[in-house]
Design a protein around this ligand. Structure first.
Ligand code: ADP
Ligand code: G6P
Length: 476
C-alpha cells in the first residue's frame, strides 16, 4: 500500500491512459498496461510529483473494481473504483448533468436528482478517505475540479494537519445561478474546507467570495475570508499549456510533413478553417457551423477555396444533452455539405474521433484559421495550443469572449458567439487578415504564453498555498 506522501493530487481521473499496444514506456499493473496521459495538467504536475514522491488519486475511466496502486515514471497512482451505478449518478448525473451545465451559465438546463446528490457525496467521501490515508503528516493535498467539491471539507475533518488546495477548472457561476443548486450550502462548505481555492478568472474568485458572504455570512477582505476560525484564500490562477512541448511538436519535420499532407488531402484549399473540441454543448460548435454556412450562402466564402475541418472528440456519450448535441451538429454538417459540397470536396470535414498529440499539432499547423467559439469555457486550452503551434506561420485565431483564454489572448479576433453576424465578421476578418498583421498578432500571444505556461501556473498555485501554510505555522 502507498503510504505517507508529502504531496497528493486528487482528481476525478488518473493521469494515465490504459494502453492496448506494445508501447515500450508502458507500465503493468494487474495485467493492465498504462502510460502517462498527454494532458497539460499531468505535464505540469509531473516534476512536482516526481520530486516529492507524490501520489495521484483518481478513477481509471472504466466502471468496476480498481487495479492495485502502481507507479508510472516515479508517480504513485492510486486508482479509485466506481461502480456502474456510481458512474451514472456521480459522474454522468450530478457532475455532468447538474453541475457542469449550471456552472456554464445554464447553456443547457441542469437536471436535479436527489439520488445523484447522495451518490456524489458518497463518492467524494471515498476520495477524501483515500487522500487521508496516503497523505503524510502535514502534507499538501491538491484537489481538482467540480467532480470533487466536497472533498476539501471531508478531508479537513479527518486530517486537520494537512495543507489543502482546490482548483476549479470550469467557471464559478454568479450567485443567482449557484443558488439554484439544491446542495448549495454543502458544496460551498465543501470548498471552504480548503486553505486556497483557485479559479480560472478573477470573476470566479469574486463570485465565490460574494456567495460565501451571501449564503453563510462569511466576512471577507481582499481575497481572504474567515470561516470557522480559519482563513481561506480565493484567487485566480489561469491555467495554461506546456508551450515548449507544443512548439517542439510543431517544429518536428514529421509533423510538418503531415500538415502538408493534410492540406493536400483537403484539396489544397486557399483557406483551412479548423475547430477542435470535445463534442460539448458549451463549445458553440453549432454556432460556428452556422456562421460558416451563412458565409457560403452569402457568397463571401466558397468551396473548394475554403474548407472547414471540425474535430469533435466523443465525450460523455451516455448523457442526454450530449446525445442531442451530436444529432444537431451532424444534421448541420449534413445540411452544409448537401448545399455547398462538391463531388469529392465536402465543405465541412467532420471527425468524431480522438487523436494523438502529434496529429493534433499537424492539424494546428495545417489550419489558417482556428475557430474557438464557446458559449462559456473556464479557459480553453485548444486556443492556447493553436497559438503555440504557429511558430513562424502566422495564422489567425477567432476566439469567443466567453472563453477564459480571451482574458489573455487579446490579439485574437474576439467575438460574441451568440451574435451570429459578429461571428461571421470575426471569421471574415481572420480569413482576410494580411500576413504581416497575422504574424504580429501571433507573436504577441506567443510571447505571453511562453512566460505563462502550465509550469508557471502550477508553481504559482503551489507557492501561494505554501505561503498560507507558512503563515498558519507562524501564527501557531
Ligand atoms: P475541455 O477541457 O473542456 O475539453 P480544453 O480546450 O481546455 O477543453 O482542453 C481540451 C484538451 O483536449 C486539449 O488539450 C486538446 O488538445 C485535447 N483534445 C481535444 N480534442 C482532442 C482530440 N480529438 N484528440 C485528442 N485530444 C484532444
Ligand atoms: C474538462 C473538465 C475536466 C474533465 C475534462 C474531460 O476539462 O474540467 O475535469 O476531465 O473536461 O471530461 P471527462 O468527463 O471526459 O473527464
Amino acid at each position: 500500500m502507498v503510504q505517507g506522501s508529502p504531496f497528493v493530487v486528487v482528481a476525478n481521473r488518473l493521469p494515465v491512459d490504459e494502453v492496448t499496444d506494445d508501447t515500450p514506456s508502458s507500465r503493468t499493473s494487474g495485467g493492465r498496461r498504462w502510460r502517462p496521459s498527454p494532458g497539460g495538467l499531468v505535464t505540469a504536475l509531473h516534476p512536482v510529483l516526481a520530486e516529492h514522491k507524490g501520489t495521484w488519486i483518481g478513477w481509471s475511466g472504466t466502471p468496476g473494481p480498481a487495479p492495485d496502486p502502481f507507479e508510472v515514471d516515479g508517480i504513485k497512482l492510486v486508482p479509485m473504483s466506481l461502480s456502474e451505478d456510481e458512474v451514472e449518478r456521480y459522474y454522468e448525473g450530478q457532475s455532468n448533468a447538474t453541475i457542469w451545465p449550471l456552472y456554464h451559465d445554464n447553456v443547457e438546463p441542469p437536471i436535479f436528482r436527489r439520488r445523484w446528490r447522495d451518490t456524489y457525496r458518497e463518492v467524494n467521501r471515498r476520495y477524501a478517505a483515500a487522500a487521508a490515508k496516503v497523505a503524510a503528516p502535514g502534507a499538501t493535498v491538491w484537489v481538482q475540479d467540480y467532480q470533487l467539491q466536497l472533498v476539501p471539507a471531508m478531508l479537513r475533518e479527518q486530517r486537520p494537519d494537512l495543507l489543502i488546495g482546490f482548483f476549479l477548472h470550469i467557471p464559478f457561476p454568479p450567485i443567482e445561478l449557484f443558488m439554484q443548486l439544491p446542495q448549495r450550502a454543502e458544496v460551498l462548505r465543501g470548498l471552504l474546507g480548503a486553505d486556497l481555492v483557485g479559479f480560472q478568472q478573477r470573476l470566479g474568485a469574486q463570485n465565490f467570495l460574494r456567495l460565501s458572504k451571501h449564503l453563510l455570512g462569511t466576512p471577507y477582505s481582499g481575497s481572504t475570508l474567515e470561516y470557522e476560525g480559519r482563513k481561506v484564500k480565493a484567487e485566480a490562477f489561469p491555467i495554461s499549456i506546456d508551450f515548449a512541448e507544443m512548439q517542439r511538436l510543431a517544429d518536428n519535420p514529421l509533423v510538418r510533413e503531415r500538415a502538408k499532407q493534410i492540406r493536400a488531402e483537403l484539396g489544397d484549399p486557399k483557406t483551412v478553417i479548423l475547430g477542435v473540441d470535445r463534442l460539448d454543448y458549451t463549445k458553440g460548435i453549432e454556432h460556428r457551423l452556422k456562421a460558416f454556412r451563412e458565409l457560403l450562402a452569402d457568397g463571401k466564402l466558397s468551396v473548394p477555396e475554403s474548407v472547414m475541418v471540425q474535430v469533435a472528440t466523443p465525450s460523455r456519450e451516455r448523457v442526454e444533452h450530449y446525445q442531442a448535441l451530436r444529432v444537431k451538429v451532424e444534421r448541420e454538417v449534413g445540411r452544409i455539405n448537401g448545399d455547398f459540397g462538391k463531388v469529392g470536396v465536402p465543405a465541412v470535414h467532420y471527425l468524431h474521433q480522438s487523436y494523438s498529440r502529434s496529429e493534433l499539432a499537424a492539424l494546428y499547423c495545417a489550419a489558417d484559421v482556428m475557430m474557438v467559439t464557446p458559449l462559456r469555457d473556464g479557459m480553453n486550452l485548444v486556443a492556447k495550443e493553436y497559438v503555440a503551434a504557429r511558430a513562424e506561420n502566422g495564422g489567425a485565431l477567432v476566439l469567443s469572449e466567453f472563453a477564459g483564454a480571451a482574458g489573455e489572448l487579446r490579439q485574437a479576433f474576439l467575438c460574441n458567439p451568440h451574435d451570429l453576424d459578429g461571428v461571421k465578421d470575426a471569421l471574415m476578418r481572420a480569413v482576410t487578415v494580411d500576413e504581416g498583421e497575422a504574424r504580429r498578432r501571433m507573436s504577441i500571444m506567443q510571447r505571453h504564453l511562453r512566460k505563462h505556461d502550465v509550469a508557471a501556473w502550477a508553481s504559482e498555485f503551489l507557492d501561494s498555498l505554501a505561503e498560507i501554510g507558512g503563515t498558519e505555522k507562524n501564527r501557531l
